[in-house]
Design a protein around this ligand. Structure first.
Ligand code: SF4
Ligand code: SF4
Ligand code: SF4
Length: 353
């Protein structure tokens, strides 16, 4: 690694050559506040919350888009920076509904967190406020642009990460707002309902509808697990309240293989978990009717029937198809059972077909 040597807040630090001031600070445990930055996205420099003082530089520099160079002397927390950041937050709140009491994102809202951190209580900029209609995009997504802070994260994640590009920023100045082609609902666009835009939105402007009203952020216990829908093995959190999964989220920090990204199945396909029709016990068909059985009874029936077929028609009359919904270990065991116990190489995997 090629290094650069910097001084941040009076401390000498080392960072990787080519990284931004924001990354250099984060690498050394120094937090610089941001609103438009996200680890999954290219630097953008829209919100200006991350401005820092750099010795001998003309004016303040945005930490998220400024490359850290050797010998830089940087200050990230001064009274002047605090005043500027507070003013930016006040400006954002001046056109904001401020309904944190009922907002789905309260507790996980980056704007709310910053207003708290910088002690912004009153809004001094009084003027026109937007009153946009909410978009209800089918059963999964709701967009309320009254809470939008124009960070562009939804636009960028859809384009840069998902490769779809449903949104763009429409209009100019005070009327700038994210939008879909011809302002149509997401179902009438090329949207894949991956929910990446929900996951990156720093406020309550884009929310997950199925979990709306089902619990506040701080009431949910997060259990890290692996998505069961396919062999990619995305890492996610089951958000559980009162013993029930009410939402699925992920996080860049969970790392490989998905770095916080999920598809429509992983993010929204969890209602089967508590569905009353879900099979939780084996069923054995007798006299045209399914009857509940124990696992021992069910496995006994399956092994007897497989042995019958093998005896009558030989092992190659049996074909075993395994599933991407199983773990690697389960798939390994099933092919071992097929080859070593049943005695055939007739084994395949749904992901290969
Ligand atoms: S988006 Fe954030 S700041 Fe705005 S109402 Fe919701 S919780 Fe409050
Ligand atoms: S759900 Fe996915 S594809 Fe649809 S707009 Fe959001 S990021 Fe784009
Ligand atoms: S909808 Fe959310 S992510 Fe998109 S620009 Fe507005 S605040 Fe940012």
């Amino acid at each position: 690694m090629q290094e650069v040597h910097l001084n941040i807040n009076g401390v000498d630090v080392i960072a990787e050559k080519g990284c931004t001031i924001l990354e250099a600070a984060a690498e050394n445990g120094i937090k610089i506040p941001t609103l438009c930055h996200e680890d999954r996205l290219e630097p953008y420099g829209a919100c200006r919350i991350c401005v820092v003082e750099v010795e001998d530089a003309r004016g303040l520099l945005p930490a998220c888009t400024t490359v850290a160079t050797d010998g830089m002397v940087i200050k990230t927390e001064t009274d002047e920076l605090k005043r500027i950041r507070s003013t930016i937050i006040e400006l954002l709140l001046s056109d904001h509904p401020l309904d944190c009491m009922t907002c789905e994102s309260a507790g996980s809202c980056e704007l709310q967190d910053l207003a708290y951190e910088y002690g912004v209580k009153d809004v001094y900029f009084v003027g026109e406020k937007h009153e946009y209609e909410k978009f209800v995009d089918g059963p999964l997504i709701e967009r309320d642009y009254n809470k939008c802070i124009l960070c562009g994260r939804c636009v960028r994640i859809c384009r840069e990460v998902q490769g779809v590009g449903v949104y763009d920023l429409m209009n100019r100045g005070f009327d700038a707002v994210p939008g879909t082609p011809f302002d149509k609902p997401l179902e009438e666009s090329s949207c894949e309902f991956c929910g990446q835009c929900i996951s990156t939105c720093p406020t309550g402007a884009i929310i997950t509808l199925p979990s709306a009203g089902k619990g506040r952020e701080w009431e949910m216990e997060k259990t890290k697990t692996t998505c069961t829908y396919c062999g990619v093995g995305c890492q996610l959190y089951l958000n559980v309240k009162d013993g029930k999964v009410v939402k699925v989220t992920s996080d860049y920090a969970l790392g490989e293989p998905n770095h916080g990204n999920l598809c429509v199945k992983g993010r929204f396909g969890y209602d089967f978990i508590h569905h009353p029709d879900r099979l939780t016990k084996p069923l054995i068909k007798k006299g045209g009717r399914f009857n509940e059985a124990t696992w021992e009874e069910a496995l006994d029936v399956v092994s007897k029937k497989l042995l019958d077929v093998k005896e009558k028609n030989g092992p190659d009359s049996i074909f075993v198809l395994t599933s991407a919904r199983c773990t690697n270990e389960e798939n390994y065991l099933l092919q071992k059972l097929t080859r070593a116990v049943i005695g055939t190489n007739n084994v395949d995997h749904c992901a290969r077909l």
